[in-house]
Design a protein around this ligand. Sequence first.
Ligand SMILES: *[C@@H]1O[C@H](CO)[C@@H](O)[C@H](O)[C@H]1NC(C)=O
Ligand SMILES: *[C@@H]1O[C@H](CO)[C@@H](O)[C@H](O)[C@H]1NC(C)=O
Ligand SMILES: *[C@@H]1O[C@H](CO)[C@@H](O)[C@H](O)[C@H]1NC(C)=O
Length: 428
Amino acid sequence: MGSAEERKAWRLPVFFRSKLKVLLLVVSTNLLSVYFFSGANYAIVGGSDVLTRELNSTRLKLSESREEHAQLRRRLETASGLLEALLSELGRRHGDQAVSDDLDGWPDELLGELKLAAGPHELPLGYNHNLGTDELFPTLGFACRRFQEELTRYMSYEVGKECPSDGVFAQRLMLKGCEPLPRRRCLPASPKGYVEPAALPESLWATPPDTSVVWDAYACKNYSCLVNRGRGRGSHDCNDCFDLKGREKSRWLADGGGVDFGIDGVLATKPKGTVRIGLDIGGGSGTFAARMRERGVTVVSTTMDLDGPFNSFIASRGLLPMHISVAHRLPFFDNTLDVVHSMHVLSNWIPEPMLEFALYDVYRVLRPGGLFWLDHFFCIGEQLNATYVPMIERVGFNKLRWVTARKLDRGTEKNEWYLSALLERPMT
Ligand SMILES: *[C@@H]1O[C@H](CO)[C@@H](O)[C@H](O)[C@H]1NC(C)=O
Ligand SMILES: *[C@@H]1O[C@H](CO)[C@@H](O)[C@H](O)[C@H]1NC(C)=O
Ligand SMILES: *[C@@H]1O[C@H](CO)[C@@H](O)[C@H](O)[C@H]1NC(C)=O
């Protein structure tokens, strides 16, 4: 359930709650009047017997009614105590400021595995001086707190046993911002009939055996299905990229002029052998990394398993998949990588602020003189000069190559444009 819906669901009780406050006020007022009445002083002055008897009986009645009042007062006190308890419970459910601080931003108290995984975990005595804290909170996507119900489901399993088959569910949580997910104490299912992968360098261009994948999460149940899917209509972003005998084979080989740069031309902009380690953001089935590996460059490919076993496929090729989304801060240290590449992924579908943060993050992980190959960035014609060119220029890369062209492969009527750029982080 989306968090907006969740919040809406709580609106009624908020109204209900203010009614309860009024009720409590009425009860307190009555309590006050009972105190006044029962606290009255019944002074009896002497006189005739009749009068005395009457007075005596009045006194008796008064003392009886005093007792009744005392009982009533006790009951009201109990009732008001219950009301206060009820109100504070409602306040807690609504995430009242003071109370939600106690829950570290979670809507409800954490229980079970989720509580254990989310921490905090106290450090042993004497180990806290380097860290500036006495306790550790395991890393967990900030937005996880918005999806506590789903996360609780994700964390429901038998410790030490096989994990539920919930890869799609888990990845959806990641894409909503619950990234990274908490660790779990269960074991992923193994593919049935698993065989050792092919040896390098053959593995780079060998379609892995179907037995290397747990297919539960995907519509296709084998690689020939995935390859044929690519020959159909263009409903997938990485449509033909499981077909290693098709278009994948020729990607980035030729420098075709225009927005298609070739790997060799790009590497030639740097002294031979100085581009050694890099990252491909949204690396599809790993072909960019494969071509780079053939040239002695180690490239990590980030990829989500959207409707296909991308991570497993890349790994079977003998390349390094990394399962993070484009929203994730790049898990590399500052000033470290020789090259960052991204094709089709960094584009106008990413909300502008998020894209700008991503571009700065690319700059951050590149070493001085490192290359950023922004490959086939696409957007609407007017957006290019109005939004994206200024955004890219603001970050401060040098432009080694810069080509824009009409995007003719799909939806030409929409005036879509491609930008391919070879950018360099300045040396100083
Ligand atoms: C009034 O009540 C007292 C006890 O409370 C009793 O001692 C007294 O005799 C009573 N007087 C009359 C007139 O009934
Ligand atoms: C692959 O899977 C599809 C359905 O996803 C099935 O129709 C086909 O027979 C399978 N092919 C092989 C070679 O197992
Ligand atoms: C962007 O501006 C340049 C010149 O500043 C111009 O040549 C180009 O046609 C513009 N591109 C688009 C897509 O409007």
